[in-house]
Design a protein around this ligand. Structure first.
Ligand code: SF4
Ligand code: SF4
Length: 250
């Protein structure tokens, strides 16, 4: 099962350059890629597609604002909240080593994303970070706060188009994601440390609280980031109080 270890990238860029054949890219660097819109990356998937709270907030707002007529299993979807988005399109589980609640797209239909229709993503303009970024991946050096990208396309049209990283991020509406991604990895790292302090019984009591606070507790009419910061603080305060003072808080 995929875990937080696979979404936290904390190598130093120098270490990364030394270890792989991919060169770390800055925003003005170019890479070659042109998507052929085959939908291949949304089908027959063996690897989970993890969603963070900003992905969920953006996707739900997108569906609501456009009043999209989505269906699942032939039935219309009533999308009123992040919780309804998760109920319709996602699964969640406790990360095996991180102990963090992990949200993924529901791939139980032979590995096909439930948001794929006629080879097209139904939330194209608000698709998850990991989908929009492809073929780019990202690296964060937590020591220096340096943020960088790398590219390793394994698909696309034969005729390749040169792209700059900056333009790719802008077109995918991902320029405002960087601050959040750094914050997300830092905060989830802290939450994981506290969750691992708990014994299994206490963790079972906490996991639903952490899931609801981290992923669901957002007013879609308010800015996302302040709400995310508030939610992380709520979780960390409670875990801190419980682990250091033994308060029964759940
Ligand atoms: S969210 Fe969209 S782009 Fe991502 S896997 Fe699903 S259909 Fe594909
Ligand atoms: S990213 Fe690749 S697999 Fe996905 S739709 Fe584009 S060409 Fe196909």
């Amino acid at each position: 099962m995929q875990d937080i270890k696979e979404i936290i990238v904390a190598l130093s860029l120098q270490e990364y350059n030394n270890k792989t054949s991919c060169k770390a890219l800055n925003k003005d660097d170019t890479f070659d890629f042109e998507c052929s819109s085959c939908g291949g990356c949304c089908r027959n998937r063996e690897v989970d597609i993890l969603l963070n709270p900003f992905d969920l907030y953006r996707a739900t707002n997108y569906i609501k604002s456009l009043n999209l007529d989505l269906q699942i299993g032939g039935l219309p979807v009533n999308m009123v909240s992040i919780e309804s988005f998760i109920n319709c399109f996602c699964d969640w589980y406790e990360g095996e080593s991180s102990k963090l609640p992990i949200v993924t797209l529901d791939l139980s239909n032979a590995g096909t994303c439930p948001l794929l229709k006629d080879n097209r993503c139904q939330i194209q303009e608000a698709k998850p970070h990991i989908c929009s970024l492809y073929p780019l991946g990202f690296l964060i050096d937590f020591e220096t706060g340096e943020y960088s990208y790398y590219s390793k396309p394994t698909c696309g049209k034969g005729t390749l188009q040169k792209q700059t990283v900056k333009k790719w991020l802008k077109n995918a509406a991902l320029l405002d994601y960087e601050d959040f991604i750094v914050m997300w990895h830092k905060q989830t790292h802290l939450i994981c440390l506290w969750l691992k302090e708990l014994d299994e019984w206490d963790r079972i009591k906490f996991i639903d609280f952490v899931f609801r606070t981290l992923y669901l507790n957002y007013d879609l009419n308010q800015d996302f980031l302040p709400q995310f910061e508030r939610n992380c603080k709520t979780i960390l305060d409670k875990l801190n109080r419980y682990c250091t003072m033994g308060y029964k808080v759940v």
